[in-house]
Design a protein around this ligand. Structure first.
Ligand SMILES: Nc1ncnc2c1ncn2[C@@H]1O[C@H](COP(=O)(O)OP(=O)(O)OP(=O)(O)O)[C@@H](O)[C@H]1O
Length: 460
């Protein structure tokens, strides 16, 4: 058999979005231009004049490679960005694939404006996530109407999951901001689960981040707005309502059968935990009785005790039964995908509003505002920068088909692992949000350079 060709992964599509010049008095604009090239657009920008306050930092003009898919100007609204970036991905979503969209940029440059938007009613201003949800509902309503799925467990809905990643944890925005821990299981899969809950009947439950099934667009929008109220905000170098976390919004096509099967799998897991613990306790107890410490301090077999292997086996057998029940429940989830009459089941949009890229840059020009930051916020800033670096490295390793993708380097990349792996034949895009203000020149250049590397790593 000929050797299997290395699979060429879908490259990252990188877009640039200029925000309008902030309305502050005296704000001057950098000079900027774009030009089409072989691989995409390149952008050039330079500071307006040498008397600029920030002229001493870094180069005064810079031109990128021709690596950007499109450049959006300050007068392009969210609808325009949506139509150019997201609309094209619907055929993939409706085939059950995953499509990822990241907003990356310095604080105040328009990431939240792009991903979520601040006006959730105006179709021209609403962010990419809600626009995608609205169109998703139109598509699945057609499917629900065209089959006899209404009212039964095949009826399609949109499952919303939203959480923010802060330091080493994820916080569930649809479950009271519950802290969830990011861990890799023995199966190599990443599990993001809350604290262990002990229930009245002795069962132990560890809940993953909730997926809330929404049956109408209005229900989804109301759910999302409730979650947004819980987003952590703090003081940043540019504006004091800045997000200091990476926020992830997932829209997944689900149906009642899938939601119920996943709940059942969580329940089976809860039932297994106490039996697993009992089997371990019995094993340890029996084996600890089987050894005694001799006069020389060394351990030796206890001549007066025989390990009760039957007791150990009985506990293991009960544990085995519960493991089997869990396996069956997990197989049921898989079976729902393979037998669904809708290939779109499981199709997923993932929108990520990354934390401000230079949030705690110690060398920031805006150190007066920066001094308002607490020590904890500064530490968070270092974590944010290390997450963003890890993200770039994952994109690079993945695009060049490296055998080892460094997902474990940061909690952010661990959490996003399944989406990266699930989007091999999907679509991934990064929108770089940048400000044309002269005093943001260094931050803008950093953002575009980062995006340039991401786009180049895509191998276009
Ligand atoms: N393209 C744009 N058009 C109009 N207004 C914009 C645009 N981009 C940003 N803004 C406005 O600028 C302000 C800051 O934007 P936003 O909150 O989206 O920044 P951010 O990049 O998410 O910042 P942070 O990382 O600190 O959260 C908001 O009031 C937003 O409405």
């Amino acid at each position: 058999m000929p050797p299997k060709k290395a699979q060429k992964l879908t490259p990252f599509n990188v877009y640039i979005r200029w925000r309008p010049l902030p309305a502050e008095q005296g704000a001057t604009e950098i000079q900027k231009s774009q030009s089409p090239g072989d691989g995409g657009y390149s952008v050039s920008f330079s500071q307006p004049d040498s008397s600029s306050s920030s002229s001493s930092r870094g180069a005064r003009s810079w031109t990128s490679a021709s690596s950007f898919s499109k450049v959006f100007e300050a007068d392009d609204n969210n609808r325009g960005v949506y139509e150019n970036v997201v609309t094209q991905t619907f055929p993939k979503i409706m085939a059950g694939k995953t499509c990822n969209f990241f907003a990356y940029g310095h604080t105040g440059s328009g990431k939240t404006h792009t991903i979520v938007g601040y006006d959730h009613e105006d179709p021209q201003q609403v962010g990419l996530c809600l626009s995608a949800a609205r169109e998703l509902f139109q598509k699945i309503e057609e499917l629900n109407g065209s089959t006899e799925s209404n009212g039964n467990d095949q009826k399609l809905a949109v499952g919303l999951r939203m959480y923010e990643v802060r330091k080493k944890s994820a916080f569930d925005l649809l479950n009271g901001h519950t802290e969830c821990f990011v861990r890799e299981g023995p199966d190599g899969k990443v599990h993001v689960r809350g604290e262990t809950e002990t229930l009245e009947d002795g069962k132990v439950r560890v809940k993953p981040i909730l997926v809330v099934p929404c049956w109408t667009f209005d229900e989804l929008r109301a759910t999302l707005e409730k979650g947004l109220d819980l987003r952590a905000t703090g003081n940043s170098t540019v504006h004091d309502k800045s997000s200091r976390t990476h926020a992830v919004f997932e829209l997944e096509i689900v149906n009642k059968a899938l939601v119920e099967a996943r709940d059942a799998a969580i329940e089976r897991h809860a039932e297994l935990v106490p039996h697993g613990k009992y089997a371990t306790d019995v094993y340890i107890e029996e084996n600890s009785k089987a050894y005694i410490q001799g006069p020389d301090g060394k351990y030796m077999m206890n001549p007066d005790y025989t390990v009760n292997q039957e007791r150990i086996d009985a506990a293991e057998a009960i544990k085995g039964e519960y493991e089997q029940r869990l396996e069956l429940a997990e197989a049921k989830v898989q079976e729902i995908f393979t037998t669904s009459r809708h290939p779109c089941l499981g199709g997923k949009f993932v929108f990520v509003d990354l934390a401000g890229s230079e949030y705690y840059d110690q060398k920031s020009s805006t150190s007066a505002a920066g001094s308002k930051q607490t020590a904890e916020e500064k530490q968070e800033g270092r974590q944010i920068n290390s997450d963003l670096f890890a993200l770039k490295e994952v994109i690079r390793a993945r695009s060049s088909n490296q055998a080892r993708i460094p997902f474990r380097s940061s909690p952010l990349t661990m959490v996003l692992r399944e989406h990266f792996l699930g989007s091999d034949d999907g679509f991934s895009a990064m929108i770089l949000t940048v400000s044309p203000a002269a005093d943001q020149y260094a931050a803008t250049m950093n953002t575009v350079k980062y995006g340039n590397l991401v786009a180049m790593a895509g191998g276009t």
